[in-house]
Ligand binder design. Sequence first.
Ligand code: C2E
Ligand code: MG
Ligand code: MG
Ligand code: MG
Length: 289
Amino acid sequence: QAKRAGKNTYRLFDARMTETMRQRMRIETALRQALANDQFSLHYQPQVDLGSGELSGVEALLRWHHPELGTVSPQVFVPVAEESGLILQIGDWVLREACLQLARWRAAGVFIPRVAVNVSANQFARPGFPERVAQVLRENALDPGSLELELTETVLMNQAREAVTTLRALKTIGVHLAIDDFGTGYSSLSYLRRFPIDRLKIDKSFLVDIERDRDNAAIAQAVIAMAETMGLEVTAEGVERDSQLELLRVHRCDEVQGFLFSRPIVPEAIPDFCQALRAITRARDEERG
Ligand code: C2E
Ligand code: MG
Ligand code: MG
Ligand code: MG
């Protein structure tokens, strides 16, 4: 009896595995055509300076629309792109497109201080990555400080020694470096100190219910304090409510990013966002006198 139940469970698991694998292969096959068929686009999410109330930058977030699969979330396709190696080409496209877009905004008279680009493990570990970054900046006549690269703890801790070398090369070029989803990986603090980084981005999971959840509040506060001590900037992501914003203000978080200000939006919508934000800041300043 038990044996039969076990066998059934096993079959069910088997069937599910096959379905997952089939789905994965569908995505991988479709991904191979995606660049050539122009199915990728970038959305941009504003990052706001809490002190000045001004736009400090935007994060480029990859979007994929496939004619049959529909819109696939990056949480689904980025891991597949990473495992299949396709992320190298895709990541290079993202880097180029984000820098080109920053140059386009500026050429149109909209000054966006900075664009942040997510970098995957394979991309970061690839020989010549820093040189590639320098080349893209040159092609778009951008000063290196206009670009921030977001890396996760996992990417850095995987091969910490090599990572330090690559980070130093990137720092020499002058780009900004941020650790994304901070707190979800397992950074060794001694390595963290050796990484020439500029910013920690507190993972959005720590902002969930931060008004009542004492653990989350303590973690967010500790990360902000640690960043301050280490001379790093700190950004909170996933800010959805005013009450979260107030708490972050009290703890002196530098920057925020989240649905409260804006979801990731198409590049054409960014100038309007800038105008709206400026109007809010002006009104606030006038109120204060
Ligand atoms: P991430 O880099 O941590 O990006 C932040 C994610 O949080 C984005 O999800 C964004 O839409 C979402 N988010 C922002 N504010 C809020 C909020 O207030 N509430 C909630 N619930 N979510 C918020 P998205 O665009 O689905 O991207 C998911 C992940 O996919 C990214 O996380 C990043 O790890 C990866 N990804 C996206 N674009 C790229 C890319 O160009 N290259 C690489 N390597 N990875 C990318
Ligand atoms: Mg990111
Ligand atoms: Mg993140
Ligand atoms: Mg600070």
